[in-house]
Design a protein around this ligand. Structure first.
Ligand code: ATP
Length: 333
């Protein structure tokens, strides 16, 4: 029996959460879910979108699955995602992007893993208002965090038979901050002779990604470029509805889709649960439930092959119909 925190989120969060929990239950994994609410729905009662109880539950269970949680814009709340990553020191953000069956995209055989530093850069939240017409945000990069994420990327490449790590920066302009990130990656690369090391500037990387994504393997990026480039990569393989993610630290791991709470389609049974489901599959692999993980992935792939798809990926199935089909496929495969 695994004790796992489930953050249900808001917007489309509750509907995709319920779908994914039901699929996992049908795969026969014994999980004791500690379901935690967060986001816009809890502010009125608890005053904040991320109550302390959510953090405490994650600290206790050490593993979490999370649906998107909205941070209200301009109300003085810190981003829930940034806060969680900081409080739990989830320094590595891992976003695998690969083609799925029967989802029409511009390129075949895309198989890129984005490794994004998760704790600093412009997301450290160090901002100041100089005067009414001028504001500054500090881009903070440290050697310690940069070497740690570089080590994570190379180690991941080694363990997963990846051939290359490509570090992405704008070190020709941000000479000190991105320069330090690049220098740290170069230092770590020296320890991993069997993994090829490549350097690219972020603007060129974006251009190359849309022209020839198959040339890339593992991408290593500071926080802001990682956020942007991983959405670009999601677009290469079918969009946000299928883009999975994981935040990993030394103590804790939190698995979550790349997408936000999609308020435009919330409550309409239109959301695609694939991104959360694939995040859950990675979580199952992480806790050693690899058989169940593979079983769920097969059932998902068979559903897609049968042409049952949600609207965002070119189909007409509702979220509930898509889920039912995956459960049916779990029973036959
Ligand atoms: P955030 O800033 O919180 O990441 P965002 O503004 O990037 O959010 P999302 O909420 O991720 O936006 O949604 C962007 C678009 O993608 C929306 O139009 C939404 O309908 C679509 N979308 C996102 N996730 C899904 C999903 N799981 N299924 C279907 N459509 C989705």
């Amino acid at each position: 029996m695994h004790n796992i925190t489930f953050v249900r989120g808001d917007g489309i969060g509750p509907e995709i959460s319920d779908a994914v929990m039901e699929i996992i239950k049908n795969a026969g994994v014994d999980i004791n879910w500690d379901v935690q609410t967060a986001g816009a729905d809890v502010i009125e009662e608890e005053g904040v979108p991320l109550p302390e109880r959510v953090i405490n539950s994650l600290k206790k269970n050490k593993i979490g699955l999370k649906s998107p949680v909205t941070t209200p814009i301009g109300k003085g709340f810190r981003s829930v995602n940034v806060q969680l990553r900081k409080e739990l020191n989830l320094y590595a953000n891992l976003r695998p992007c690969y083609n799925l069956p029967n989802i029409k995209t511009r390129y075949d055989n895309v198989d890129i893993v984005v490794v994004r530093e998760n704790t600093e850069d412009l997301y450290a939240g160090i901002e100041r208002q100089i005067d009414e017409n001028t504001a500054e945000s500090i881009k903070r990069i440290t050697r310690e965090a940069s070497e740690k994420i570089a080590e994570f990327a190379f180690n991941y490449a080694l363990k997963n038979n990846r051939k290359e790590v490509c570090v992405v920066t704008k070190a020709n302009i941000c000479k000190l901050s991105d320069g330090l990130f690049l220098e740290s990656a170069r230092n770590i690369a020296k320890k991993y002779n069997s993994v090829n090391f490549r350097e690219i500037l972020v603007d060129n990387c974006c251009m190359q990604l849309v022209q020839d994504p198959n040339q890339f393997d593992v991408l290593l990026l500071p926080n802001l470029y990682g956020d942007i480039v991983s959405d670009l990569c999601a677009g290469l393989v079918g969009g946000l509805g299928v883009a999975q993610g994981a935040n990993i630290g030394d103590e804790c791991a939190l698995f979550e889709p790349v997408h936000g709470s999609a308020p435009d389609i919330a409550g309409k049974d239109l959301a695609n649960p694939t991104a959360l489901l694939l995040s859950a599959v990675e979580m199952l692999n992480y806790i050693g439930e690899t058989k169940a993980g593979a079983h769920i992935k097969d059932a998902l792939f068979n559903t897609l092959k049968q042409g049952i798809k949600t609207k965002d990926i070119g189909g007409s199935a509702k979220c509930s119909e898509f889920k039912e089909s995956i459960i049916r496929n779990l029973q036959v495969c």
